[in-house]
Design a protein around this ligand. Sequence first.
Ligand code: ZN
Length: 51
Amino acid sequence: MGDYKRPGRPKRQSKTSAAGAGWECSVCTFRNNQGAYTCAVCDARKGTATR
Ligand SMILES: [Zn+2]
């Protein structure tokens, strides 16, 4: 098929500009390493939204 991408097309800007590396804590919004299971600041579990 003739499905080609046009050059210079505006890409959707992501909230984070860290190339998707790591994850943001939902408690203290601290950016942890990608391999971290718990937040390095508040020790909250990854993906857990506890208050
Ligand atoms: Zn945290």
